[in-house]
Design a protein around this ligand. Structure first.
Ligand SMILES: Cc1cc2nc3c(=O)[nH]c(=O)nc-3n(C[C@H](O)[C@H](O)[C@H](O)COP(=O)(O)OP(=O)(O)OC[C@H]3O[C@@H](n4cnc5c(N)ncnc54)[C@H](O)[C@@H]3O)c2cc1C
Length: 402
């Protein structure tokens, strides 16, 4: 099958330039939105058969919040903002150890910030894009061929697309990266941990409404957030010597093995996972480090290019920022796509570099190496609540965030 135009169901509208975006995650949908606003005809290729709206919390502040504003997403996101909630640190059996009042985080991050379930950000983007781009689920890229004027993309259903810009936003295990830049092993820096996150079907037991309950022990963190029916979610991170073996085991058995000794909300979350293990986002934690994010008319965006990992707490924000800047760069350079991509990369690299470094430093907060580290971390969290120390800590967090 040969389809020469990426026009699909909106083909009659604008005979603009053609872009193909691979991946309908945060980066891909944001890129589709931004490029559409500039008159591009956009096709989005997503391997999953349906939308992937799972995940735990994402934070938008600093450049990530500014990008959400420029993309026009803030009005849709604000009603879904979780805001600054009370965090409770818990014992292994779920009993409360101590609370970190919402005011501590609020004063550190300021009011230009949103805290959202990843699914709410995905929904806001999807709603903005669904009617203006041709989104093809259950499809992936089989081959790519590039000339100076276009990229020919062969899809898994045999369709061929001719496109002036190809955006590889297909996540940390990017197929576009593999096809254009080579094997994942060249770029994946394994941080030796696993991450799991999934929405909860029913309100978690033992976690009061409006509270995020977090257990932090040597080598692991488990967090359960109760915001009521259909608004509750959970997150796990743990150190492991062999991420490949964990992936082979699968989310249900692996998370149960790593956290099955815990009580409270965690035990309930694991029971819910057993009922539907496919709902979980479960992956090894590793950064993508590359010297170049583009080649000719092909550009990588989001985790595919620079995965900062969950330890940065900033992957979605960077995906929005990167997509927005990409739109600005291609608008400024007209038909000269390679120059636009160079300019874009130069503008974004310092922020990515900073977030990757912060993530590596942050590993110990999610997976402290020993009991002593757990204890020292708790001491710091308790101390932050003392007025003099609080303002020092808040200034340090502000500097890191912005
Ligand atoms: C369901 C889900 C839940 C997540 N939960 C969390 C979380 O709780 N905490 C956290 O820190 N991060 C989470 N992440 C990762 C987080 O979304 C990203 O780090 C960040 O938002 C950057 O987004 P991205 O679009 O670059 O990557 P992703 O959000 O991973 O999106 C990549 C998209 O590309 C698609 N894709 C992959 N391969 C192909 C292919 N060959 N062809 C076509 N499409 C392909 C994927 O199905 C996915 O939709 C989650 C990701 C997903 C998909």
């Amino acid at each position: 099958m040969e389809a020469n135009e990426n026009t699909a169901h909106h083909g009659a509208r604008t005979p603009g330039r053609r872009a193909t975006v691979v991946g309908a995650g945060i980066a891909g949908l944001a890129a589709a939105l931004r490029l559409h606003r500039q008159g591009w005809n956009v096709v989005v290729i997503e391997r999953a058969p349906t939308r992937r709206s799972g995940g735990y919390l994402v934070n938008l502040h600093g450049p990530g919040y500014a990008a959400a504003e420029r993309l026009g997403l803030v009005p849709a996101l604000t009603p879904r903002d979780i805001g600054f909630f009370t965090s409770v640190l818990v014992h292994p059996d779920g009993r409360e150890k101590f609370r970190i009042p919402a005011a501590v985080a609020e004063a550190a991050v300021g009011n230009r910030a949103l805290s959202l379930f990843r699914g709410d950000l995905e929904s806001a983007l999807y709603d903005a894009v669904a009617e203006v781009a041709d989104i093809r689920f259950g499809t992936t890229v089989q081959a790519l061929a590039q000339t100076s004027g276009e990229v020919v993309v062969t899809l898994s259903d045999g369709t061929r697309l001719h496109t002036e810009l190809l955006v590889g936003a297909d996540g940390v295990h990017s197929r576009v990266r593999e096809l254009v830049f080579g094997a994942e092993t060249e770029y994946f820096v394994d941080l030796g941990h696993m991450v799991g996150a999934f929405p909860l079907e029913t309100v978690p037991e033992h976690v009061p409404q409006g509270v995020g309950a977090t257990f932090i022990g040597p080598g692991r963190t488990a967090a359960v957030m109760n915001l009521g029916p259909e608004r509750s979610s959970t997150f796990f991170a743990y150190r492991c010597p062999d991420p490949k073996a964990e992936l082979a085991l699968g989310a249900g058995p692996a998370l149960t093995r790593a956290f099955g000794d815990l009580g409270g909300g965690v035990a309930d979350a694991l029971r819910q996972l057993e009922a539907d293990p496919t709902a979980a986002y479960f992956d090894s934690v590793g950064q993508i480090v590359m010297d170049r994010w583009s080649h000719g008319r092909v550009v990588l965006l989001g985790d595919a290019a620079w995965c900062v990992t969950v330890f940065a707490g900033y992957g979605a924000a960077l995906a929005l920022d990167g997509a927005d800047r990409l739109g600005t760069a291609v608008a400024a350079h007209g038909d000269d796509i390679p120059t636009a991509l160079d300019t874009w990369e130069t503008s974004l690299r310092p922020e990515v570099h900073k977030r990757q470094a912060l993530a590596r430093k942050g590993i110990g907060r999610f997976a402290p190496p020993s009991r002593t580290h757990v204890w020292a971390g708790e001491l710091m969290l308790r101390a932050i609540q003392l007025p003099g120390i609080r303002s020092l800590a808040q200034r340090a967090i502000q500097r890191a965030n912005n």
